[in-house]
Design a protein. Structure first.
Ligand code: HEC
Length: 144
């Protein structure tokens, strides 16, 4: 529910921003005419590919908040939490993934885990790590 609301708010934000930037001309230019629907109403600028902001979701890159946090809870946190942590590595916080990214990547890449990962889970972790461990959907804006 809240995610849906966020998407709407972000869309409205972009629509408002783009509306302000349109040059004020008496006649609509050819380009503007092309993005009007059959009723002559301007099509929501947000639906035009060139104006869609890049997000991790649009690039199919996992984020910590949406996926990795849960996957960590499922696959890592039982042995790496605040009260019990093998090798002192606590993986219940985003920051520790950043701190230990090298040994973590190594372990996941070679699947050297006490409880080995499924290949799908392994791919998700690696796609996340190799794209710079984005935390939120907006963190991929600079990637492409
Ligand atoms: C069933 C328990 C268990 C789970 C689940 C587990 N680990 Fe570990 N982990 C260990 C143990 C035991 C060690 C220390 C012994 C060793 O090095 O294998 C360890 C050590 C590590 C180390 C230290 C490696 C080094 O070079 O010092 C890293 C990094 C690590 N685990 C990452 C992970 C990640 C990431 C996950 C989840 C994908 C995970 N672990 C899940 C038990 C676990």
């Amino acid at each position: 529910m809240r995610k849906g609301l966020n998407v709407i708010l972000v869309s409205l934000f972009w629509a408002a921003l783009l509306a302000c930037q349109k040059p004020k001309t008496a006649e609509p230019s050819e380009e503007e005419a092309a993005i009007q629907d059959v009723n002559g109403e301007a099509v929501d600028a947000d639906q035009q590919p060139r104006t869609t902001p890049t997000t991790c979701r649009s690039l199919n890159i996992p984020t910590y908040d949406l996926l990795i946090k849960d996957l960590s809870a499922l696959r890592c946190d039982s042995c790496h939490n605040e009260t019990f942590a093998w090798k002192g590595i606590v993986l219940t916080q985003y920051d520790s993934w950043k701190t230990y990214v090298k040994p973590i990547r190594n372990r996941i890449f070679y699947n050297l885990l006490t409880q080995p990962l499924e290949s799908g889970e392994q791919e998700i972790f690696l796609a996340w790590i190799d794209n710079g461990l984005p935390r939120m959907d907006a963190d991929c804006a600079g990637l492409k």
